[in-house]
Design a protein around this ligand. Structure first.
Ligand SMILES: [Mn+2]
Length: 353
């Protein structure tokens, strides 16, 4: 498949025809579904529901309780443990097109490729779906789905009811909000903001949504944040900050690793900081490291830290501004190694020594 290109190879009309003529639909997204994955699944399920077409949403792997609470009414199945039956004549894959992100059901899907359609906004993917709609200009997959729902003739207000169910518009907002950092990142331009306005007009209650998604932590998270902040050591003229959390911190607070997501971003609010690292002890002599860096100060500038490279020095990787690694080392040892690697990287990137 060397000539395979992951891009749109279908039309909205053709996809709508498949959706509206289906007898029963299976909907799924990538493993560990995030807000956009859940929002996209919910949009498709609700639109089909409006047309009287039954669907089943399959969630692969762990789902945060806060996201789960957004879809209490959907027929949801989870893997591992179960395999879908053969009753669905259409399979809709949203917010991914990568076999690796669909691993638990890859064999099942591989045998049914001709009945799979894919809707996505990622630049890379595989030949999972026979018909695809891929729009990388969209900040979220829910944004890609809106014209499709419109063409199905289903109003975005559908789904809201007296039981406080979430409408299609709210599901769309969950994906758009979470994937764009609530409209901050550069994947949200005029079109994303116009869509946000339309969703609010359609009744999307962003206060209710942000409360469920962004303001739903346990107290343990703040206790761990306090410990991480206390451990912060600024270096390199305050351009770098390294924080750490020990096994003892977990024991004392009762926190679990899953609820620390994003803690490493907190020091990014400091003006001088270019790179932030959170080192978490997972076993006595093992640590997990999260790296974050900022884009250059000037548009098109070259002075920034590529944390993908930095993490690669420890056998990890990721993206230019967000990456991770694991290391066999004590917390103290890891802190020293990371601090040294950062100083070198800052110098190599042209920051004054
Ligand atoms: Mn997405």
């Amino acid at each position: 498949m060397s000539d395979f290109e992951y891009r749109t190879n279908s039309t909205i009309e053709s996809l709508v025809a498949r959706l509206t003529s289906a007898r029963s639909v299976m909907i799924l997204s990538h493993e560990k579904p995030d807000g956009d994955a859940i929002g996209s699944c919910a949009m498709v399920a609700r639109a089909l529901d409006a047309l009287g077409i039954p669907s089943e949403t399959w969630l692969l792997g762990a789902v945060a309780d806060s996201l789960r609470s957004l879809i209490p009414d959907l027929a949801v199945r989870t893997t591992p443990g179960e395999l879908p039956g053969d009753e669905h004549d259409l399979i809709v894959v949203v917010d991914t097109g990568a076999w690796s992100q669909l691993a638990p059901l890859a064999d099942f899907l591989g045998e049914r490729r001709d009945r799979i359609i894919g809707i996505d906004h990622h630049a890379r993917g595989d030949d999972v779906a026979v018909e695809r709609l891929v729009d990388t200009s969209c900040g979220s997959c829910t944004q890609v789905l809106v014209p499709l729902i419109d063409a199905m003739g289903v109003p975005l207000t559908h789904g809201a009811d007296e039981h406080q169910r979430y409408s299609i518009a709210e599901a769309a907002m969950v994906g758009l909000g979470t994937d764009t950092g609530w409209f901050r990142y550069d994947n949200c331009g005029a079109e994303g903001l116009k869509l946000a306005a339309r969703l609010v007009e359609a009744g999307a209650d962003k206060n209710r949504l942000t409360r469920v998604i962004e303001e739903n932590d346990r107290p343990q998270r703040i206790m761990m944040a306090g410990r991480a902040m206390t451990s912060a050591r600024f270096a390199d003229d305050d351009r770098s900050v390294v924080m750490s959390l020990s096994l003892e911190d977990f024991e004392t607070t009762g926190a679990v690793a899953e609820e620390l997501a994003g803690l490493v971003n907190q020091p990014m609010s400091i003006g001088t900081v270019e790179v932030s690292v959170l080192i978490t002890q997972t076993e006595v002599d093992r640590v997990k490291m999260s790296f974050r860096s900022k884009p250059p100060r000037v548009k098109g500038g070259t002075r920034f830290i590529d944390v993908n490279e930095l993490a690669a020095r420890f056998g990890g990787g990721g993206h230019i501004h967000a990456a991770g690694a694991r290391l066999e080392a004590s917390l103290e040892d890891a802190r020293a190694q990371v601090a040294e690697a950062i100083s070198e990287a800052l110098q190599a990137a042209g920051f004054a020594g």
